[in-house]
Design a protein around this ligand. Structure first.
Ligand code: SF4
Length: 373
């Protein structure tokens, strides 16, 4: 029979605000397990539904870029240099560093004694000056630019070849924008970020313009900017295919579906990840009461999470699935959580790695640091 004092203690502990937020402490669970049959108390966690978005997380371009670094390490040994964060995610970068990758911002940071080791260019793409610089320095480079970013480069070059001034819709300073602008001579591209920029834009030849966009923009915001440009410049030429990529579009679409009715919408991603930040905005616009961007479960403000019943969960294209799982487990330890899949489409895209690396075997355990076992 449980002593009365222990019963009172357990009654109290299961009713506290702390327990409702953090879950029943382990020592209290042990007492309950020990005296459980004699006690008539319910140690229940609050109910919660997690709406897990699909598709989420890694896109084919990010997956390929990470594979290139992993395979280069297998093929050529450490160190493998990577110019700029291979994808915008600290967890991925640290995982690759642990395998022997060294991240640099510029090629002159590669020491002379390591010039024979490969250097990988990030998925965001690079200006033409970067491979030219690598050639001058006699470096061996592997380009991990996403094929869909390369497609935008080609579209911009095509506009230029046909005598059009290129209007690039994107965010100033983003590496992809720097890379796309760097495909053409200085002055050949004008950057437009907002509808206000489109209003203020005064091109030298308004009848001879062609546009492209960054691949990771908000689909809705970009449509607004394009509409304003087309209104002002009716002869503006569109690219042959949409520049915003399938992964950005799909992740935004499913967030739109899942967000209405969510008390909280969590997007896993880095603060410098453009597509992840867009998902936060999309969730709020679609009706989530609150939306936050987090890199790890520990960044969730558990103390001030409030009375949540439905939580949406998605991940930007550079955020690994292991972190999504970590967040689900963190909720399960505090709530009686049920996971519902909100899926709009199945993605089957898969981009081949560089020719030099295709003969190297890539195992599940090579990628377990991001995908889990
Ligand atoms: S977000 Fe799109 S463009 Fe960027 S790496 Fe992924 S697939 Fe490529």
């Amino acid at each position: 029979m449980i002593p009365k004092s222990a019963q009172r203690f357990l009654d109290k502990i299961t009713r506290t605000k702390w327990t409702r937020r953090q879950g029943v402490p382990i020592y209290a669970q042990a007492i309950v397990a020990h005296f459980g049959r004699d006690m008539n108390i319910a140690v229940s966690k609050p109910d919660l539904t997690i709406r897990l978005c699909g598709p989420r997380g890694f896109c084919a371009g990010v997956d390929r870029a990470i594979q290139i670094v992993v395979l280069a390490l297998k093929a050529y040994g450490a160190p493998v240099y990577v110019r700029h964060e291979i994808v915008h995610n600290r967890y991925v970068v640290e995982g690759l560093e642990a395998k022997g990758a060294i991240f640099v911002e510029e090629l002159d940071e590669i020491p002379a004694e390591h010039r024979a080791q490969p250097v990988v260019f990030s998925a965001h793409g690079v200006p033409k000056s970067v491979p030219a610089d690598a050639d001058t320095r006699n470096l061996f480079y592997l380009d991990a630019t996403c094929p869909l970013v390369s497609k935008v480069h080609k579209q911009a070059m095509r506009h230029n070849r046909l005598g059009r001034h290129v209007v690039l819709i994107g965010h100033a300073g983003h590496p992809e924008v720097i890379g796309t602008m760097g495909q053409l001579p200085e002055g050949a591209v004008s950057l437009i970020e907002t509808v206000e920029d489109a209003d203020a834009y005064e091109p030298a030849d308004p009848d001879n313009l062609g546009f492209v966009t960054q691949t990771t923009l908000s689909v809705d915001d970009t449509a607004g900017v394009i509409a304003r440009l087309q209104q002002r410049f009716p002869n503006l030429t569109a690219p042959a295919a949409d520049s915003i990529c399938y992964a950005t579009t799909n992740r935004q679409e499913v967030v739109k579906e899942a967000a209405p009715g969510c008390d909280l919408f969590i997007v896993v991603g880095a603060p410098n990840s453009s597509n992840s930040k867009r998902l936060v905005e999309v969730a709020l616009r679609a009706g989530a009461t609150k939306s936050v961007l987090v890199q790890r479960a520990s960044e969730i403000d558990w103390d001030n999470i409030g009375d949540v019943k439905t939580v949406g969960l998605s991940a930007g294209a550079s955020a690994p699935e292991v972190i999504v799982n970590e967040i689900i487990e963190a909720f399960r330890s505090r709530y009686n959580a049920v996971v519902e899949l909100a899926e709009t489409v199945k993605e089957t895209e898969n981009f081949l790695v560089n020719r030099e690396l295709r003969s190297i075997e890539l195992t599940t355990s090579d990628m377990a640091f991001v995908n889990g076992e």
